[in-house]
Write a protein of this length. Sequence first.
Length: 210
Amino acid sequence: MKELPINQIINGDALTIMKSWPANSIDITFTSPPFKDDSESDKRRKFPGDVKGNYWNWYDKFMIQTSRITREYAFIFNSSTRLAEIIRRYDLPYRILIWNKIRLQMSYRYEPILVYKFEPDYSLNPLLYTDIFSVHAIFGSNQIIPNENPVELYAKILKILPENKIIFDPCIGSGTTAVAAKNLKRNFIGIEINPSYVKIANERLAQGVL
């Protein structure tokens, strides 16, 4: 087996790369996957869809591969508008955490973080001191890329997890998971399909602690 690319961000299609990895090869998946497909593009803000074709077809494959390669837990951020359908379609999550976006100029002021458990003998409950993480969202001209999440939020969650785990983000975007992991001296692996985002992520990592 080829060694996993520890502390690297690789450019490529997440589903294709994940399929090539053995089962249970990742400790913890921590990601904010795409929220919409091409048919759901935000015309007002001119954001393209994140997924080619039907969203749920892509998400089915994403969940299959995430469940297959993740050994302990998966933390999956998704839109509050998707929550009911996700619960209907898939196994109930072990926990649902809440990202309280505090004050926003929009109606949806929270985002669910679905926690899936794959290791029956390992309990995350003693480590989770709260279900709600309150961190200001990034929006407007402060975003490096569309739908960027704050490093502060990711760090708040990652720092409660054991230090010796590999943190994997298959949709790493501008590198927020990698930056938070590096700041906390955690090992990470990232995948990103957009080469310009990979460049941004590696530049952020090269700058040191952010």
